[in-house]
Design a binder for this molecule. Structure first.
Ligand code: DC
Length: 234
């Protein structure tokens, strides 16, 4: 809960995969008492649904018509449990499944489908109606909340991001290699940047942050300072 008398704002944090934007966004939301939404988890949940219903072939061709027809049946929600937040797909906790390499390797083509994006953007806009929200993703500052009072665009080198992601995956017990993670990061960057529908790009009014050489504490402090400046200058 926001216990201060500060005005509530909308905070959009976009950036490249594994740039650490989710951790920063989550920590800021916790510090200032805002709701945190990981929009990437929503694209991952749709991808998992498509995989569970055999809508993606081994060569990554997507049965778009079936997926579009199924969109009304896909319910995505978040459950907060103490410090942790879980993604629910039709009521089932899929937090661990959506972080697998199988989902990571399929999520970018799925998230390029315009009808799917429209459905998720609408849900995200509803979630942010009351403000007091930190949302991270790829198109939050450009498409979901173009009027957000605070916008950040995070990047780090592909090698730094792959190393960070590898450490996270190893911690979760996922079997993978640095090369596999690096290739997934580079491939996702390319698909995310070149898709026709709301591609990954920095909003003109977003503040850019390259966090390649920053510690987690430094990033969190940088973001909190920006929030304080933003509120002070409203
Ligand atoms: O943030 P992430 O790596 O968990 O996101 C997974 C994928 O979802 C990413 O490769 C692109 C897609 N995505 C998107 O297209 N738009 C968003 N707002 C968030 C994620």
């Amino acid at each position: 809960m926001n216990t201060t008398t500060q005005p509530l704002i909308t905070i959009a944090i976009d950036g490249y995969s594994s740039s650490g934007k989710s951790s920063m966004a989550r920590q800021l939301a916790k510090t200032i008492g805002y709701r945190y939404i990981d929009s990437g988890a929503m694209y991952r949940a749709v991808t998992l649904y498509a995989m569970q219903h055999n809508m993606i072939s081994d060569d990554l061709a997507i049965d778009e018509q079936s997926l579009i027809a199924a969109l009304p049946e896909i319910d995505i929600d978040f459950q907060v449990d103490g410090e942790r937040q879980y993604t629910l797909l039709n009521g089932v906790n899929v937090e661990s499944d959506i972080r697998s390499m199988a989902v990571s390797n399929r999520v970018s083509p799925v998230s390029a489908i315009p009808a799917g994006r429209h459905a998720l953007v609408k849900m995200q806009q509803q979630m942010g109606q009351q403000k007091g929200i930190v949302m991270d993703g790829r198109d939050i500052g450009t498409t979901v909340f173009p009027d957000a009072e605070m916008k950040v665009f995070v990047n780090a080198s592909a090698q730094t991001r792959a190393q960070r992601r590898l450490s996270e995956l190893i911690e979760k017990g996922v079997a993978t290699t640095y090369e596999e993670v690096l290739s997934n990061v580079i491939n996702r960057d390319h698909i995310d940047e070149t898709r026709a529908e709301s591609p990954l790009r920095k909003a003109d009014d977003a503040i850019a942050l390259d966090n390649s050489t920053m510690s987690i504490e430094e990033q969190n402090q940088w973001l909190l300072n920006l929030y304080n400046d933003t509120i002070a200058n409203l």
